[in-house]
Design a protein around this ligand. Structure first.
Ligand code: ATP
Length: 490
């Protein structure tokens, strides 16, 4: 029987620590909540994911260029973007467990239960009708599916109405009406819902004064918007074009207990695509498709991904969809694709008093471009890749091994070079090979323990190739090349 999903997350956390992928931050001081450090393997994997994204977005698209803007920005940036007034999450506390939750997440999780019921009905249908099963028709006509779908629509409708009206009491009533209980205490003893701003504030300069308050950026996007004209003019960019950036973002998350899925300091890989007003929906659809294809190119099974179109749109968007991934804790957001209209650029024009417009020679007009954003969490991509790569295998001889089935282009080490023994000149020969390879590939030299143990170690960190140097190598310059997972079991 397959292990429960939560156990899988625990195993992945354990494996990450044991092999140097991810450590709790400041562990010797008992850690800092929702902050993590990437170890020697994690830093490599993360760097490879960044490169893979950068190549796909910047190198492969001649109309997309990169940017590396600062974490600190003028404080008016965040007034203009709406983050000071509206970057809030609705929080609710359970009075018995004293645990804090995001009210919207409690409702989302409740809705997910009805989605699962629909999924089960569909599975039953498949079983009963086999090849004749028409899923589309079934979803429209089956009474059990319809009943559950009506419930989902009703809850989503009530939630959207309450959020749009900033009706926090209405959200609490919805939680009560749905009978949602605290997963820890099991009680319905809830506080009122409050809004909580997620930005971290600090002071710039040596005088502590409210005029010196600045924020750690909660998204990298604003650095792109305020540089829009700098890049467009100096790069002679023509619309449509994109600006891509990878960088840290900071959010004082209310609920932060899902490993690197939700952190207070994390990294985003974002691209803002500037388009002619009125053409944003075409590009929104384009980028939705391009981005899911990028994820699928990582070799992870298709059914691990799904779209989730937003019902409550952020203050800046006229369409938004998430690419969700089937993480060990269920389907959750991995990437957001947002049609951000001209909201940000217009706001920055208004607050800065500077024009942020583009002259379009094709239509002979000045305008503020519309923007389609793709925003993916680097750490969530890391977790998605790690969790689908993690495999426990039972071998025919009864032993077990753990294999990280990483795509080779993302593997921390591309090859391990191993001398069969530590004598007879084999280490020297192995180092010779390593020294040739290391100009092109990140490789590891490994001579400790038996070959079997060494193969296992490489399997566990996802190294696709192992090169074994033996006495034959000294004679004719040939060596044994193993691909992971290694079939050898010595
Ligand atoms: P969520 O609803 O899960 O809080 P969000 O909708 O606020 O996410 P966005 O503002 O769209 O997220 O940010 C874009 C991407 O940045 C997300 O899809 C996610 O991959 C990543 N991200 C956002 N918040 C975090 C976080 N606290 N830790 C790690 N990654 C994050």
């Amino acid at each position: 029987m397959a292990a429960p999903k939560e156990d899988n997350l625990k195993k992945i956390i354990g494996h990450s620590k044991e092999y140097g992928f991810v450590f709790q931050s400041s562990e010797i001081y008992d850690g800092l909540s929702a902050v993590y450090d990437y170890g020697q393997m994690g830093a490599e994997l993360k760097r490879n994911i960044k490169d893979y994204w950068w190549t796909a977005m910047v190198q492969m698209n001649e109309n997309i260029v990169g940017l590396d803007s600062s974490i600190f920005m003028h404080p008016t940036t965040w007034k203009a973007s709406g983050h000071v007034d509206a970057f809030n999450d609705p929080l609710i506390d359970n009075k018995d467990s004293k645990k804090r939750y995001r009210a919207d997440v409690l409702i989302e999780d409740h809705v997910e239960k009805y989605r699962l019921k629909i999924k089960k009905e569909v599975a039953k249908g498949f079983k009963r009708f086999g090849d004749d099963f028409n899923e589309e028709e079934f979803l429209k006509t089956n009474p059990n599916v319809k009943r559950n779908q009506d419930k989902i629509d009703d809850i989503n409708g009530r939630f959207k109405t309450a959020m749009d009206a900033d009706d926090l009491a209405g959200i609490k009533t919805l939680i009560e009406d749905l009978g949602i209980v605290c997963p820890i205490s099991g009680s319905k003893n809830w506080t009122d819902v409050k809004q909580f701003n997620l930005m971290f504030a600090t002071e710039i300069g040596s005088v502590a004064d409210s005029a010196n308050t600045i924020y750690l950026r909660p998204e990298t996007a604003q650095g792109i918007f305020v540089n829009f004209l700098n890049v467009q003019k100096t790069g002679r960019m023509k619309i449509p074009f994109g600006i891509a950036q990878i960088g840290k973002a900071f959010r004082n998350e209310i609920v932060a207990r899902q490993f690197i899925f939700r952190m207070r300091e994390f990294e985003q890989m974002e691209m803002q695509f500037f388009v002619r007003p009125g053409e944003e929906m075409k590009w929104y659809e384009h980028w939705k498709e391009q981005r899911i294809n990028w994820h699928k190119s990582l070799g992870i099974p298709q059914e691990k991904y799904r779209y989730h179109d937003h019902i409550k749109l952020a203050h800046y968007a006229n369409a938004a969809s998430d690419i969700e991934f089937d993480f060990p804790m269920g389907f959750k957001e991995l990437e957001g694709i947002h049609s951000r209209t001209d909201f940000d650029l217009k706001q920055h024009e208004e607050f800065s008093g500077k024009k942020l417009q583009y002259f379009d020679p094709e239509v002979n007009k000045n305008y503020v471009p519309y923007v389609v954003e793709t925003s993916v969490g680097l750490d969530r991509t890391f977790l998605a890749i790690l969790s689908s790569a993690y495999t426990e295998e039972k071998l025919e001889n009864g032993t077990e091994r753990t294999v990280l089935k990483l795509p080779a282009m993302l593997a921390p080490y591309k090859a391990a070079v191993m001398p069969l023994t530590r004598k007879d000149g084999l280490p020297e020969k192995a180092r010779e090979i390593l020294n040739e390879l290391k100009f092109d590939f990140n490789c590891q030299y490994d001579e400790k323990d038996s070959p079997g143990k060494r193969y296992r170690r490489q399997d566990a960190i996802g190294t696709p190739f192992s090169i074994m140097v033996d006495h034959q190598t000294l004679e004719d310059n040939t060596c044994l090349l193993y691909t992971s997972p290694s079939p050898r079991d010595s």
